[in-house]
Write a protein that binds this ligand. Structure first.
Ligand code: TMP
Length: 253
């Protein structure tokens, strides 16, 4: 059998060339990293959970008309996606102060924000993904003003959808990060939601107890990351309630 071509290996995912032109296969690894890969671990089952959860959110967003890269899940760790040119920005939406916003501005974690705040970071591991302003983005040509307007509108739709999904299962969506890519339909450029949406890229707190159900469990050594992600998947109905601990055998397809 011909070996497929690896296009790019990141910290948590690998991208392979897809079966048709314009497609790619996105493979979810079990690797967890934090603080720009200063902290690393392999967490059994994380890739399987994130593949399923990202599918769940991307399909839901697609159903309300948000364009995404997701085509279909292929197996436990892989999904077929539309190839796109990733805009080199991490787009962060915050509803509640936490993480780097709290550190940077001295706002206590858990403080509700008066409105959703959108931040942009320039995607560059060597620089540690620095926070940038719209001025930098436009001046350096990473995206146009029109792209930014479209990105903000898209990010707010994703925020409304994800906040609702989470609220329905007793979880507060504190903040999250998305990435956006460009695709071309003939001569027209469109922006689509790319990368992943999973507890790796969100902050999720139990509404009643405040318990963290996201990657901060790993960043801050708060317990089992797999248990936290399994809890999110169970509440959303992505995993049956009676399934055992999430390791490989639990998720067959
Ligand atoms: P921050 O508070 O550390 O800036 O993180 C904001 C949100 O972005 C949080 O939900 C976690 C997510 N995030 C990523 O997805 N990747 C990253 O590399 C970082 C630093 C944060």
């Amino acid at each position: 059998m011909a070996r497929r071509k690896l296009v790019y290996e990141g910290k948590a995912k690998i991208m392979y060339e897809g079966p048709e032109p314009g497609t790619m296969v996105q493979y979810f690894k079990d690797d967890a990293t934090a603080f720009n890969a200063e902290k690393k671990a392999v967490i059994d089952g994380k890739g399987v959970l994130n593949n399923r959860l990202s599918e769940f959110f991307m399909v839901g967003l697609g159903n309300i008309g948000v364009p995404t890269h997701f085509i279909k899940r292929l197996n436990m760790r892989e999904q077929l996606i539309r190839a796109c040119e990733i805009i080199p920005l991490e787009i962060i939406v915050r509803n509640v102060a936490a993480g780097s916003l709290s550190t940077r501005l001295g706002i206590e974690e858990g403080t509700a924000l008066p409105r959703p705040i959108i931040e942009f970071c320039y995607k560059d591991d060597k620089l540690g993904d620095p926070l940038v302003a719209e001025e930098h983005i436009i001046a350096f040509g990473w995206a146009s003003q029109q792209d930014l307007d479209d990105i903000v509108a898209l990010a707010l739709r994703v925020n409304d959808f994800l906040s609702g999904c989470m609220l329905a299962v007793g979880i507060k969506l504190v903040d999250f990060k998305i990435e956006v890519g460009r695709v071309w339909d003939n001569d027209f450029q469109r922006l689509i939601l790319a990368d992943e949406i999973s507890p790796d890229s969100c902050r999720l707190w139990d509404i009643e107890t405040g318990k963290k159900l996201d990657k901060d469990v790993f960043r801050r050594d708060l317990g089992s990351l797999t248990d936290a992600y399994t809890e999110v998947a169970r509440r959303l109905g992505v995993l049956p309630n009676n399934s055992g601990p999430v390791t490989r055998p639990t998720l067959i397809n």
